[in-house]
Design a protein around this ligand. Structure first.
Ligand code: C2O
Length: 548
C-alpha cells in the first residue's frame, strides 16, 4: 500500500457557464475538483488550505474512517470549520472499500461547486471481479446556480421559503447543449468500439435525484457506493444525491455518437421541478470512425423516464445484491425506528412581522427525524465534546424508538407540525448490532429521501411502500446478499430497513443528502463509544484540528 499526498486549495475561481462568468469556490481552480485515484489499502494525506472567504471543510463521502473520525469532515460534527486563511490535514486509510466514492465540502451549500471523484481500485496485484475495462470514465452529475449557492440558502433560511431551484443540471460540470451558450462545451466521453468501458457515475447534485441513461446501450451495474454488486443489466439508473453507481458499457453499437443524459426524478407531488435535461456525448473511437468521421454525425438521443416514474426507480433499486453472500447481523441489539420528513412550522407573530415566515400560509419549512429537527452546535465540534466529555454541546436523548409512530399517509396530528429543536444523538455501545427502519412521512408531501450515514456502510435488507409493518414486512428481509451502501434512497411513500454493526467509535451523522433538508434539520447523530483497547478506540485528535 502507498501513501499519497495531496494539496487542496479552496479558492475563488472565475468560471463561465450559461452565458456569463461567475466567481465560484473551487478546489485548485478546478470545477469539478480534482479526481483522487487510489488503491484499496492506501493512505491519503490531504492538506486543505482555505483561501476563500467562507468557512469550509471537506468530507470524504463513504470513506469508513475507521478510528479516524477526526478526518470525516462535517462542520461542527467532527471538526470546526477551516476558517479563511486556515488549513487542516486530513489523514485516513482506505480499508476494504473498492469502487467509486467522492469528496465534497460539508459546510452550508459549498458543495454545489466543491466536489470531485474518489476512485478506489483493487489492491495492487488484485483484479476487478468483472472484465477489465479498457477505459474508466468518472461521470459526475451536478447542479449549477447562476446565483451564489450560499446566497440562495441564506435567503431561504431568512424567509422560511423553499430555496430557488438550480439553473441547470450538469455532467462533469457542464450543462450541455440543451442549455443556452453551452453547446461548445458539451462534455465528450470517448469509448472504445468493441471494448468494455466503465462509467463511474456519482450524483453530486445538491437537491435532486437523477435518472441517467445512454442512448442505444445497455448498462451493466457492477458496484455502488464502493461495494461490488452482482452484475445486472438495465437501460436506466437512478441515483439519489450522494449515491454512486459503477456501470459497464460495451462498445457494441455501430461506431457513432450517442448522448448520455440525466434528468430529474421528482418524487414529491406538487413540488415544482425542472424538466431540463443535461447531456454529454459518447464518441466511439474506432478505425471506421476515422474514415467516416463520426465526430460529424448527429448523436442519438436516449429515451428518459418520466420525471415521476417511481416504478422504474423501484425496479432498479430492488435489483441490487451484494456480489457475494455476506454476514448480516441476524441478532439485533438496537431495533430503531426513524420517521423522516419535511414539515411546516407555524410562526410566532414577531417573526411574521419581519417577513421571516414566507413558506406556505405564513409558515416556515422545517424537517425532522422522529420529530426532532437537528441543529448544529457552534462552540465546539460534537466529536470533541464527546471525547472530552464536555457537557452542553449535544444531548443523548434522541427518541430512537418513539411511542407515536407517525405515518406516511399525511394524517398527522397538528402537534407534529412543531418539531423539537435539538442537537440530539443516540448512544451506541461499541459492537452493537443495529437495525434502523427509515419511514417516509407526508406532512407536506411524500418524497424519496437519500439517507446517508457517516462512518459506516450498512446493508439495505428491505424496502417497500406504505407504513412499515414489523410483523409482515420481516418476510421481505434479505439476510443473504443485501447490498452494502452508505446512502439509501428511501422510497417515496415507503420505507427501507438497514443494518450495521457499530464497530467504528466516534460521532456520526445520519442525514438526508438533499442539502435543503439538512438545513431544515433532517439529521441525527450516532455516538459510538470506544471499545476495549487501542484497536477499538478512536485515535487522538490531530494537532492541527480546527477549533471553534
Ligand atoms: Cu456526502 Cu454528510 O455527506
Amino acid at each position: 500500500a502507498k501513501t499519497q499526498l495531496h494539496d487542496f486549495v479552496i479558492q475563488t475561481t472565475p468560471v463561465k457557464r450559461l452565458c456569463k462568468t461567475h466567481n465560484i469556490i473551487t478546489v485548485n481552480g478546478q470545477y469539478p475538483g480534482p479526481t483522487l485515484e487510489v488503491n484499496n489499502g492506501d493512505t491519503l494525506i490531504v492538506k486543505v488550505t482555505n483561501k476563500a472567504r467562507y468557512n469550509a471543510t471537506i468530507h470524504w463521502h463513504g470513506i469508513r474512517q475507521m478510528r479516524t473520525g477526526w478526518a470525516d469532515g462535517p462542520e461542527f460534527v467532527t471538526q470546526c470549520p477551516i476558517r479563511p486563511g486556515g488549513s487542516y490535514t486530513y489523514r485516513f486509510t482506505i480499508q476494504g472499500q473498492e469502487g467509486t466514492l467522492w469528496w465534497h465540502a460539508h459546510s452550508s451549500w459549498l458543495r454545489a461547486t466543491v466536489y470531485g471523484a474518489l476512485i478506489i481500485r483493487p489492491k495492487q496485484g488484485d483484479s476487478y471481479p468483472f472484465t477489465k475495462p479498457k477505459r474508466e470514465i468518472p461521470i459526475l452529475l451536478g447542479e449549477w446556480w447562476n446565483a451564489n449557492p450560499l446566497d440562495v440558502v441564506r435567503e431561504a433560511t431568512r424567509t422560511g421559503k423553499a430555496p430557488n431551484l438550480s439553473d441547470a443540471y450538469t455532467i462533469n460540470g457542464q450543462p450541455g447543449n440543451l442549455y443556452s451558450c453551452s453547446s461548445r462545451d458539451t462534455v465528450r466521453v470517448p469509448i472504445d468500439s468493441g471494448e468494455t468501458n466503465l462509467l463511474r457515475v456519482v450524483n453530486a447534485a445538491l437537491n435532486q435525484a437523477l435518472f441517467f441513461t445512454v442512448a442505444n446501450h445497455k448498462l451493466t451495474v457492477v458496484g455502488a457506493d464502493a461495494s461490488y454488486t452482482k452484475p445486472f443489466t438495465t437501460t436506466v439508473i437512478m441515483l439519489g444525491p450522494g449515491q454512486t453507481t459503477d456501470v459497464l458499457i460495451s462498445g457494441d453499437q455501430p461506431p457513432a455518437r450517442y448522448y448520455a443524459a440525466a434528468r430529474a426524478y421528482a418524487s414529491a407531488s406538487g413540488v415544482p421541478f425542472d424538466n431540463t435535461t443535461t447531456r454529454a456525448i459518447l464518441e466511439y473511437k474506432s478505425a471506421s470512425c476515422a474514415v467516416k468521421n463520426c465526430a460529424l454525425t448527429k448523436p442519438v438521443m436516449p429515451v428518459l423516464p418520466a420525471f415521476n416514474d417511481t416504478a422504474t426507480v423501484t425496479r432498479f433499486s430492488t435489483s441490487f445484491r451484494s456480489l457475494r453472500n455476506v454476514e448480516v447481523p441476524t441478532v439485533i441489539d438496537e431495533n430503531l425506528f426513524f420517521t423522516i420528513g419535511v414539515g411546516l412550522k407555524q410562526c410566532p407573530k414577531h417573526l411574521n412581522k419581519t417577513r421571516r415566515c414566507q413558506g406556505p400560509n405564513g409558515t416556515r419549512f422545517t424537517a425532522s427525524m422522529n420529530n426532532v429537527s437537528f441543529v448544529l452546535p457552534s462552540k465546539m465540534s460534537i466529536l470533541q465534546a464527546f471525547e472530552k466529555r464536555v457537557p452542553g454541546v449535544f444531548t443523548t436523548d434522541f427518541p430512537a424508538n418513539p411511542p407515536v409512530k407517525f405515518d406516511y399517509t399525511g394524517n398527522v396530528s397538528r402537534s407534529l407540525w412543531q418539531p423539537v429543536l435539538g442537537t440530539k444523538g443516540y448512544r451506541l455501545k461499541f459492537g452493537s448490532r443495529v437495525q434502523v427502519v427509515l419511514q417516509d412521512t407526508s406532512i407536506v408531501s411524500p418524497e424519496n429521501h437519500p439517507i446517508h450515514l457517516h462512518g459506516y456502510d450498512f446493508y439495505i435488507i428491505a424496502e417497500g411502500f406504505g407504513n412499515f409493518n414489523s410483523k409482515t414486512d420481516t418476510a421481505k428481509f434479505n439476510l443473504v446478499d443485501p447490498p452494502l451502501r452508505n446512502t439509501v434512497a428511501v422510497p417515496v411513500n415507503g420505507w427501507a430497513v438497514i443494518r450495521f454493526v457499530a464497530d467504528n467509535p466516534g460521532a456520526w451523522l445520519l442525514h438526508c443528502h438533499l442539502d435543503v433538508h439538512i438545513g431544515w434539520g433532517l439529521a441525527m447523530l450516532f455516538l459510538v463509544d470506544n471499545g476495549v483497547g487501542k484497536f477499538q478506540s478512536i485515535e487522538p485528535p490531530p494537532a492541527d484540528l480546527p477549533l471553534c
